[in-house]
Ligand binder design. Structure first.
Ligand code: NCD
Length: 355
């Protein structure tokens, strides 16, 4: 059975298929309005969210399906100490597909191991956020028309920003992609993510330097909830602010994306610039989630199995433990499993950190 836990679970061809499906939904919404009639989506959100959860809900409703779930884990049996594995076994009896957001990295992977229905990762800790990436890709496709030979500027919290990590993994597979990394040194891209890149990136220390180089500027919020030390958050949160003066340095054809919510990293004056695509991006998120739900349910019926990630082998517990304290293996009684990546590095199967 197919799940979507990481953007690389999808081959490039499958990403194209989802983009084309989303474009068809935009062109002919009435053709899809009953396509999930009688189906139920469970939204299991262990961490706050507005747009992602509402976007999933709206998507399922527009496909003619229904939605159940929780948006606050404290009001569910999780507060009684239930594991992700047990919650998912139970919810598998009530729904046809699950969208899960969790503060622990790799929690949706554990869910997939125990689920009888497809799992969509709606964001796990600082690790991955594949449906935001599909949203970003659909926006790039609609705004710029292609994915090849693009220079992507990534600005803000590159350390904990799961949207950034997923976008890098997805865009890195296209011909001629280059990345410009713009962050305070404390929030630089983690090493395990840098290993994904070869020599196709530069790090710069100001937005002014980056602006003339980029086709896409991906702005992100410095995420208060990921900091153990609030003083450090206060010190870093205003480092990079995109305003109209900086926009004047950018190319005419560039676009600005942001997964939202915005705090203060883009001034409201930028919103009126036609290159500011972040509110159009939100709407694309609904269409691409419709395409995804529709496709995963169809694949389940047809018995389609994974085409990507064939080279990843899972090793049973070799004695090593994952040292990432944000990993689901730190809190739930899951068996440690590891795999070797294409460079031979041993990694945790749940959160991808090197062991
Ligand atoms: C992002 C997230 O949750 O990772 N938001 C979203 O899903 N649209 C980014 C963020 O919260 O900063």
């Amino acid at each position: 059975m197919r799940h979507l836990l990481d953007p690389t679970d999808l081959s490039i061809e499958e990403i194209d298929l989802l983009m084309n499906r989303a474009l068809d939904i935009i062109a002919r919404p009435e053709a899809y309005s009953e396509s999930c009639h009688g189906k139920k989506l469970a939204t299991l959100f262990y961490e706050p969210s507005t747009r992602t959860r509402l976007s999933f809900t709206a998507a399922m409703m527009e496909l003619g399906g229904q939605v159940l779930g929780f948006s606050d884990a404290r009001s569910s049996s999780v507060s009684k100490g239930e594991t992700v594995a047990d919650t998912v076994r139970v919810v598998s009896c009530f729904a046809d597909i699950i969208a899960m957001r969790h503060y622990k990295e790799g929690a949706p992977r554990v869910a997939a191991d125990y689920s009888r229905i497809p799992i969509i990762n709606a964001g796990d800790g600082g690790h991955s956020h594949p449906t935001q990436t599909l949203t970003d890709l659909l926006t790039i496709r609609r705004e710029l028309g292609h994915f090849d030979h693009l220079t992507i500027g990534l600005c803000g919290d590159l350390k904990y920003g799961r949207t950034v990590h997923s976008l890098i993994k997805a865009m890195n597979r296209y011909e001629g992609t280059r990345f410009v990394l713009i962050s305070p040194k404390e929030l630089r891209l983690p090493d395990y993510m840098k290993q994904e890149l070869k020599d196709n990136y530069v790090e710069v220390s100001t937005l002014e330097e980056a602006m003339p180089m980029v086709d896409v500027l991906y702005m992100t919020r410095v995420q208060q909830e990921r900091f153990a030390d609030l003083q450090e958050y206060e010190r870093l949160k205003d480092t990079f602010i995109l305003d109209e003066a900086k926009m004047a340095l950018g190319r005419k054809q560039m676009i600005v994306l942001h997964p939202l919510p915005r705090v203060n990293e883009i001034t409201v004056g930028v919103d009126n610039d036609p290159r500011a695509a972040y509110f159009r991006q939100v709407e694309n998120g609904k269409f691409v989630r419709m395409a995804l739900i529709y496709t995963l349910l169809k694949w389940k019926e047809e018995g389609v199995v994974s085409a990507a990630n064939k080279d990843i082998q899972v090793y049973e517990d070799g004695g090593q433990r994952c040292s990432n304290d944000r990993c689901i293996t730190a809190t739930e009684p899951v068996q440690q499993q590891v795999y070797r990546d294409k460079d031979g590095v041993l990694r945790c199967r749940y959160c991808d950190h090197a062991i």
